[in-house]
Design a binder for this molecule. Structure first.
Ligand code: NDP
Length: 326
């Protein structure tokens, strides 16, 4: 029998962590034949709460769950990790400046990147969920010089899934009929959910829904869905974020045979996105690597929106550089 895969989850006692861990342990992420060794990382004040979650994981008697360890040491959490889900982050406090937020998170993701560099398995795959996710991934990657940059990714899959679901609802089709949806840029309100190349049941989407719906309803709805959830649910989205994290890692490990998706990956300069920025692109997972879907038309409407979100990413990177953190 194959040895279990070590999966590290940070911020394990948080809302997303609680929605994520049970699905990983049930096999939803790595499949029904892969045993999992969970490592939960928390800040010291939340270690006890994470231990409570570990007790519940034990009580599920999951057939695929080999063990659960809880720690406040990044070196221990990432030791031998093949998958690292970086969920814990410093939330934006009231009146907090962007530079303060970036600095506080660099203080988390820099050391975690180093700990991954020094302790994780050679083929480690890292997904950053904690916000500002793209720039946190950039910082972690820069702190892990021995790990290929392509192994550090940021989650825009929730935005992608929201876009697919909104489109399917509009057209009255199944989500599985939809292909070619792209989220570009930053996981923030500046993101660009793009339907230019989308199809539904093989039909081009733009002519089915019209540019007016795309501009006045679809794009703002997707970009502001997080706020809508908070308004309606009274708490931020957690289970849908966890589900998107599962989708991202599952597709990365097992491939996307039939359709493309969106992920924040280190830019190779494709589509005019400056090299090195962790930006969302249309991607396929082939042979265990994310590949940017090449050669797509980028009309002027898209170009402006991609450029605006990428400019925000560049500004975040520059702010982190000015703080001497990159
Ligand atoms: P959540 O579990 O709800 O969220 C965790 C992070 O995910 C936040 O940065 C959040 O960003 C982000 N996120 C990304 N996408 C989404 C989305 N679609 N919806 C909601 N959140 C999203 O936060 P909690 O406060 O419940 O828990 C955080 C935990 O992390 C705490 O237990 C804390 O102790 C821990 N922590 C652990 C660290 C570590 O392990 N070293 C370091 C720092 C914190 P946003 O804030 O923008 O919603």
């Amino acid at each position: 029998e194959a040895s279990p895969v070590t999966v590290a989850v940070t911020g394990a006692a948080g809302q997303i962590g609680y929605a994520l861990l049970f699905r990983i342990a049930s096999g939803a992420m790595l499949g029904p034949d892969t045993r999992v060794r969970l490592r939960l990382l928390e800040v010291p004040s939340a270690v006890r709460a994470a231990e409570g979650t570990a007790l519940e994981l034990s009580d599920c008697a999951f057939a695929l769950l080999d063990s659960v360890d809880v720690t406040d040491s990044p070196a221990t959490a990432f030791d031998g990790a093949e998958v690292a889900l970086l969920v814990g982050a410093r939330p934006r406090g009231a009146g907090m400046e962007r530079a303060e937020l970036l600095e506080a998170n660099a203080g988390i993701f820099g050391p975690q990147g180093r700990a991954i560099n020094d302790n994780a398995a050679d083929g480690v795959r890292v997904l950053v969920v904690g916000n500002p996710a793209n720039t946190n991934a950039l910082i972690a990657a820069a702190s892990a010089p021995d790990v290929p940059r392509e192994r550090f990714t940021a989650m825009t899959r929730l935005d992608h899934n929201r876009a697919v679901a909104q489109l399917a609802a509009k057209l009255g089709c199944a989500v599985t009929d939809v292909d070619g949806v792209t989220i570009w840029g930053n996981h923030s309100a500046s993101q660009y959910p793009d339907l230019t190349n989308a199809t539904a049941g093989g039909q081009p989407v733009p002519s089915l829904v019209g540019q007016d719906w795309i501009e006045s309803e679809f794009i703002p709805r997707v970009a502001r869905r997080g706020a809508e959830i908070i308004d309606v649910r009274g708490a931020s989205s957690a289970a849908s974020a966890a589900s998107a994290a599962i989708d991202h890692v599952r597709d990365w490990v097992r491939g996307t045979p039939d359709r493309w998706t969106s992920a924040g990956v280190a830019s190779d300069g494709s589509y005019g996105v400056p090299e090195g920025l962790v930006s969302s692109f249309p991607v396929r997972s082939v042979d265990g690597r994310w590949e940017v879907v090449q050669g797509l038309p980028v009309p002027e409407f898209s170009r402006e929106r991609i450029d605006a979100s990428v400019a925000e990413l560049a500004a975040e990177r520059d702010a982190v550089r000015e703080l001497g953190l990159l």
